[in-house]
Design a protein around this ligand. Structure first.
Ligand code: GUN
Length: 282
């Protein structure tokens, strides 16, 4: 039987519609939600991501400020901008698009974003809060993955979840999020032995490694929920980390690429920005 598709595009539109109403309410209370985006260098993928983030923010009624730097920008120049934005009470979220140009220390730069405005949830503080089960911003792709799973109505508690990929942006925060939902979580990575066998035990399988079509049907349990975080370009076409055509015959639920996790990442960024704007009222 063919898997049911989890439609991330449709879910993101629903989330953004709800946010638009919340943004209107905030404006009536005198708060105009505002997201500042910093892009350094000319990475084509980053340029597309930033453009999409700004467009989605504006569609939702969120003000966006953008700061573009050349490839030869210094850490100090970016940090000066971050500090100004930290002090600006009209700004609720600050996002530094990654990767930064070669030679720049991302950890040092991200550390400068104030905890209250770290809507990307990338700083050591935000990641630490998540791991400790305390309040703080959670990074947007893992949050989007969780919302996609929840939207299916399937139970997460007690399930075996396997994440393929241990990145700071996706794999590690997702581990903490799924643990918080009481799943039993395994992370597989490039040094994992018998990866296919481990993956094929998962009730919930998440692929986040950036290798086109890496997950084949042999790695998937019959009836699993499969979430594909990968975005890879093959012969000019976007494909995920999952061999969609093969795996959809085995999985119960599956996300497509494009139209799965990607739109939800942006929706969660806007959601975090609105939360930060609401917090400013407290
Ligand atoms: N680079 C790749 N994904 C992301 C993201 O979600 N946020 C930022 N800031 N940079 C990224």
């Amino acid at each position: 039987m063919s898997a049911k598709i989890i439609d991330g595009k449709a879910l993101s539109i629903q989330v953004k519609q709800n946010l638009k109403a919340e943004v209107e309410k905030l404006k009536e209370q005198g708060v105009k939600p505002c997201l500042a985006v910093i892009l350094a260098g000319a990475d084509p993928a980053s340029q597309v991501y930033v453009k999409n983030k700004i467009r989605s923010a504006e569609e939702t009624g969120i003000i966006s400020l953008s700061f573009y730097f050349d490839n030869d920008v210094t850490e100090e120049e970016i940090i000066t901008t971050i500090k100004k934005l930290n002090d600006d009470k009209t700004v609720h979220g600050i996002l530094v698009q990654l990767p930064l140009p070669k030679g720049l220390d991302e950890t040092r730069v991200l550390k400068e974003i104030s905890d209250e405005k770290d809507v990307d949830g990338f700083s050591a503080y935000s990641v630490g809060q998540l791991l400790l089960g305390r309040e703080g911003f959670v990074s947007c792709t893992p949050l989007g993955v969780l919302e996609l799973i929840k939207s299916t109505g399937e139970t997460i508690s007690g399930k075996d979840a396997v994440i393929i990929g241990r990145s700071n942006i996706v794999g590690k925060p997702l581990l903490a999020l799924l643990l918080r939902e009481n799943a039993t979580v395994t992370i597989c990575h490039s040094k994992t032995q018998n990866l296919a066998e481990k993956a094929s035990r998962a009730d919930i399988l998440i692929a986040a490694i950036g290798k086109a079509n890496f997950v084949g049907a042999d790695m998937v349990k019959e009836g699993a929920i499969v979430i594909d975080v990968g975005i890879n370009r093959v012969d000019g076409k976007l494909v995920g980390d999952v061999d969609f055509e093969a795996v959809k015959e085995k999985a119960k639920l599956i996300t497509p690429v494009p139209g799965g996790v990607g739109p939800m990442t942006i929706a969660m960024l806007l959601n975090n920005t609105v939360i930060s704007a609401k917090n400013s009222l407290k």
